[in-house]
Structures are given as C-alpha cells and as structure tokens.
Design a protein around this ligand. Structure first.
Ligand code: PLP
Length: 370
C-alpha cells in the first residue's frame, strides 16, 4: 500500500496554496498565438527600464568565473551595503531574493506551537514561510486596506516570535508613517522579531515614508529586508538582503544555504548599487507613470488605492476576473488579487509610458464591452 503523501505533509503545508506568479509573456503568447513582443506585462512589479547597463556589464565580466562557486560570504556586496546603509558588515544577511530572508527568519525563529503575526492583504510569502515550518499564521484584519498596527500589536501573544510588516505593502500599496512605526516598535515585546519588508522603499525617497534603517539602532528586535528585484531591476537574478543586529544576522547565517546568492547576482547587485542614475531614472519614470495611470482611471470613473510602490490597485466596482481575462485577450497582463481577498481590484505595475497607454486603452475597451 502506498502512503498518502499529501496527508503525510505537515498540517501547515497541507493548508497552503502555492504562490501564484504573474502570467509569463511566453505562456500568453502561446495560448493566443500572439507575438511575445506585442504583449505588455504589468503583473509582477518589475522595473520596466530593463536592468542597468552597468549591471549587465558586470554580469558579462563575471561569466568567465562561472565554473567557480560564488563567494559564500558575499564580501564585496555586503561591504557596499554596510557602507550605504550605515551598519557593520556583520549586520548584513544576503538572500536569494528577499523572500529568502523571510524564509531564513521563519526557519530560525518559528516552529510548531509558535506563531507569526501579519496583516490581511499582505504579501503571499508570509503565510508560506510561516506555515512551511509548522508555525501558526495569525492574520489581522486590515484597516482601509492597510496594516492596522494597533490591532497587530494586540494580536501578539506569548507564542509570537515574528511580525511581518511591509511598508509600502504589496499588493495594496498602502503605507504607514514614521510616527506610527516608532509607536509600534516601542510597544512590540522584546522577544518578537519585527520584519520590516521594504521591497519598494527606493521608490519612496522624499515622501512621507519612514526609512527603516533609522530605527535599527534603537530596536534590536528589528530586521529590515530589501531587494534588488524592484527598483534595481534585477528580479531574475534573485538577490535581496536583511539588516539587523549582528546576533540576528549570525542566527540567519546558520540556517542559510552556503551559496544562496549566485555570483552573477552578486556582481550585478554591486554594479546596480553604484548606478545612482539608473535608480533616479527608475524613480522618475515611476512617478510619472503613477500620474498617468491615475489620470486614466479618473477618466474611466474608477477609483484606486493610493500607493507608494511601483504598482497600483484599481477598483473595478465589480468582480475583476472577467476584466482580467478580457485584458489578456488584448495582450495585456496585469495581476488579479482575489487570492489576496480583493476580488474587485486588479493590481497594475507602473510600466513605460507606452505600456501604460496600452493598458489604459485595453481597459477602456474591455469595460465598454461590459
Ligand atoms: C517583490 C516583493 C519582495 C521581493 O521579493 P524578492 O524575493 O526579493 O524578489 C518582498 N516583499 C514584497 C512585499 C514584495 O512585493
């Protein structure tokens, strides 16, 4: 008799659904027999500029060393990050994407009988990381689509070891200010590690969003996670990082895979960090694209959730799935967010001006058909 290997999986895993990524361009091209070049993908919060030319050059230089294992300690990248983030080298943890950092935290600090607290409509990787290690996910109802920090505080109990908060949050784009963050950190019990996920922070410079790094010195139970996948345009390479006390970084270092960040990613990330022009250009493009989309939504009589990321959730005032399908037939891929408890919204990544126009035009067409 063979074992039931679904029933044999630990209970937390049985209750998980796999992460649903944005639909790949090639898949839609195959399904609809379209030219991939004619398809606009605004579904995964990727940087529409393409990678920095300096990162591409660094990758080409690194190719000669492909036979070697990467630097398992990521010395060059950690050094640059430590300098830029005003921390010591031993406070930096590198990850295979920042998702890796979230998983390292879960593996090191969560277990059956313990729990992690996070918000409704929060990033889908939080329940995956939590339940994969048999811990309980305590999901706190959102307030105006954003994190209800006082309610999250109230949800913390003696078995809570981790709180995941994202600023801004994905998929909602909502954010909280410095004062709210400081009050929250002051009140979180010392035994709870606060993971502040700042995947989109580079887009927020000069806005009313706090910089998590400003809070590291005061709060030893804070870990700030960041990524090269969004504003730095290196999503395919999988590289992100965590900043924390040296003690937390040491613990995470014990559970990570020895070579969790590959050599092309390390080289490209170093080059991308130094390319300030690329980052500034990415920000400008995002700001104007955000205006463009909002103007388009206004014209269509649609409302949206204010966002500090490189994406925006538009409220269709009706179930969004058919509109999503209609957009696919127009060669435009956006992101349905029903699996985040938002059946009437679609999340749209800010693209190039022409991509944003294509999307708005397709949306107008699809909505007019009713
Ligand atoms: C995209 C994203 C990440 C980053 O994922 P990577 O693994 O670094 O590509 C982390 N958190 C949130 C909220 C995100 O949207």
């Amino acid at each position: 008799m063979s074992g039931n290997f679904l029933a044999l999986a630990q209970p937390g895993v049985q209750q998980l659904s796999p992460y649903v990524p944005g639909k790949p361009v090639d898949e839609l091209a195959r399904e609809l027999d379209l030219d991939p070049a004619s398809i606009v993908k605004l579904a995964s919060n990727e940087n529409p500029l393409g990678a920095s030319p300096k990162a591409l050059a660094a990758i080409r230089d690194e190719l000669a060393e492909l036979t070697r294992y990467p630097d398992g300690n990521g010395f060059a990248l950690k050094s640059l990050l430590a300098e830029q983030c005003r921390v010591e080298l031993n406070q930096v943890t590198l990850g295979n994407g920042s998702n890796d950092i979230l998983e390292l935290v879960a593996r090191a600090y969560l277990a059956p009988g313990l729990n992690a607290v996070f918000s409704e409509h929060a990033f889908a990787v939080y329940p995956i990381a939590t339940q994969a290690v048999g811990a309980e996910a305590k999901v706190v109802p959102a307030k105006d689509w954003g994190h209800d920090l006082p309610a999250m505080l109230a949800a913390i109990d003696a078995n809570t070891r981790v709180v995941f908060i994202a600023n801004p949050n994905n998929p909602t784009g909502t954010w909280f200010g410095a004062e709210a963050l400081d009050e929250f950190l002051q009140d979180v019990p010392e035994h709870v590690l606060v993971v502040l996920d700042e995947a989109y922070i580079e887009y927020a410079e000069g806005s009313d969003m706090p910089d998590g790094l400003d809070f590291l010195a005061a709060y030893p139970n804070l870990l700030v996670s960041r990524t090269f996948s969004k504003a730095y345009g290196l999503a395919a390479l999988r590289v992100g990082y965590g900043l924390s006390t040296a003690v937390v970084a040491d613990v995470l270092n014990r559970v990570r895979q020895p070579f969790n960040v590959n050599s092309l990613a390390l080289a490209a990330a170093c080059a991308a960090l130094k390319d300030e022009d690329y980052l500034a250009q990415s920000r400008r493009l995002n700001e104007s694209g955000m205006q463009q989309l909002q103007a388009g939504f206004r014209e269509l009589g649609l409302s949206w959730i204010e966002s500090r990321g490189n994406f925006i959730c538009v409220d269709l005032g009706q179930v969004a799935a058919p509109v999503f399908q209609g957009l696919l037939r127009e060669g435009v891929i956006v992101r349905p967010v029903a699996n985040y408890g938002m059946p009437n919204h679609l999340r749209v990544t800010i693209g190039l001006p022409a991509e944003n126009s294509r999307f708005l035009e397709a949306l107008r067409k699809v909505l007019a058909r009713g």
